[in-house]
Write a protein that binds this ligand. Structure first.
Ligand code: NAD
Ligand code: MG
Length: 402
């Protein structure tokens, strides 16, 4: 029997890795085969249509409703149903399947991740921003509907794999590559360009997560994600710099043992695990780990002065459930402004820190439950205020350039 799969965000980096897993399995005799229920994308109509046709999807959704006619034309004669708009994203997320892969970038993925779980679909969750902004809501909905959330971010997938064995966990240890500027002096960070920030040493990823890796905000979001996913306080989660990205994370137990999951840095492995879970039956042609070839693995501490993001994440977690939403929105706004040349690299951290100091970030204390509407309106207000911060940073940038 084939496994049914919907991919939300099928044209991105994670979407492409997932389709490569599907491709390999569907071509391999003794591997489970996949049937694609739906694929979605934001604006890239042609890439979406090509993939929907290649993989025989039943439906294709373009989130930008203005592109419906283009999608319809691109799918003409294929028998694939074209759909458009954010309601359509939620509609396809609700269609019963064996797995929904949530691979949209940013809080834009929250409503469809929520809809999938609310319909009882188990979700392989790559879209970390939805866990950061609405962790407790997603977990409550999943529990109520009997749906699983399978962590697919490589670090969380690693910890999830290890913790399936049970036992009393003392600490979680998130590994971090350190990004492209791990050794860049503070002075030089002032002038780095979007191109330099997107050139990650180990992973090829979407532009937003690449910039997040360069500021270490990716690890900051992952710390919040781990805290919500695994119900763990931030003071029992460590971040360890490990430039080779071979150890994907570690779990330390009460008896003094530390267990880890290892592999070559390739997202197809955690994706294959998350699509197969609770079994482990999918094969991939990922390069196998040869530790003798790596020869040495190295570790270090995060330099909090050059990269304060992790401190900000810990602070946000301690402030209560509104603060991670504010942190995420400010970061999304600041990263896209940086990518568009509207502010500088170091302004990203300034904007996030300033946003966390605003009254909205303190508006809810720990224990308050955020509904989907609360999260979305907090996000909107944080974006509005962050736009003002971007404008201030941009004005400063221009005046210094004169
Ligand atoms: P990407 O930018 O390469 O792809 C994003 C996908 O989402 C695309 O299909 C795009 O069309 C769609 N999308 C973008 N904005 C949208 C919107 N407003 N509405 C609907 N669809 C939209 O991003 P990515 O690198 O694949 O990352 C996806 C998610 O997975 C992110 O949350 C990221 O943090 C997480 N993640 C990525 C990696 C990686 O290696 N790329 C690893 C771990 C976790
Ligand atoms: Mg990760």
């Amino acid at each position: 029997m084939a496994r049914t799969l919907t991919i939300l965000g099928a044209t991105g980096s994670i979407g492409s890795s997932a389709l490569a897993v599907v491709d390999h399995c569907n071509r391999t005799e003794d591997c489970e085969h996949f049937e694609i229920e739906a694929l979605t994308a934001h604006k890239d109509v042609h890439s979406l249509a090509d993939r929907a046709i290649k993989y025989g999807a039943k439906r294709a959704v373009i989130a930008d409703a203005a592109l419906y006619a283009d999608l319809k034309e691109a799918l003409d004669g294929s028998g694939i149903e074209p759909m458009a708009g954010s309601d359509a994203l939620e509609e396809v997320a609700r269609i019963p399947v064996d797995r929904v892969l949530a691979a949209i970038v940013g809080i834009a993925g929250l409503k469809s991740s929520h809809a999938a779980l609310d319909a009882g679909n188990s979700v392989a969750l790559a879209n970390k921003e939805s866990m950061v902004c609405a962790g407790s809501l997603l977990k409550t909905v999943a529990a109520a509907r009997g749906a699983a959330i399978i962590p697919t971010d490589s670090e969380h997938n690693a910890m999830f794999q290890v913790m399936e064995r049970g036992g009393d966990v003392e600490r979680l240890i998130l590994t971090a590559s350190g990004g492209p500027f791990r050794e860049t002096p503070a002075e030089k960070l002032k002038r780095v360009t979007p191109k330099e920030a997107c050139a990650h040493p180990n992973w090829s990823m979407g532009r937003k997560i690449s910039v997040d890796s360069a500021t270490l905000m990716n690890k900051a979001l992952e710390l919040i994600e781990a805290s919500y996913l695994f119900d763990f306080p931030e003071d029992r989660i460590d971040v360890l710099v490990h430039p080779q990205s071979v150890i994907h994370s570690l779990v330390a137990y009460r008896d003094g043992s530390t267990l880890a999951q290892l592999g070559t840095p390739d997202m197809r492995t955690p994706i294959a695990h998350a699509l197969s879970w609770p079994e482990r039956r999918l094969s991939t042609d990922v390069k196998r780990l040869d530790l003798a070839e790596w020869a040495s693995l190295t570790f270090g501490k995060v330099d909090d002065t050059r990269f304060p993001s992790i401190r900000l994440a810990r602070h946000a977690l301690n402030m209560g459930p509104a603060a991670p939403v504010v942190l995420n929105a400010a970061n999304e706004v600041a990263v896209s402004a940086f990518l568009e040349g509207k502010c500088r690299f170091l302004d990203i951290r300034w904007i996030v820190e300033e946003a966390l100091g605003l009254d909205i970030a303190q508006s809810l204390k720990t224990g308050s439950d955020l509904g989907l509407g609360d999260v979305m309106s907090l996000d909107q207000e944080s974006r509005r205020r962050s736009d003002e911060l971007v404008a201030a940073a941009g004005a400063q940038m221009r005046s210094e350039a004169q």
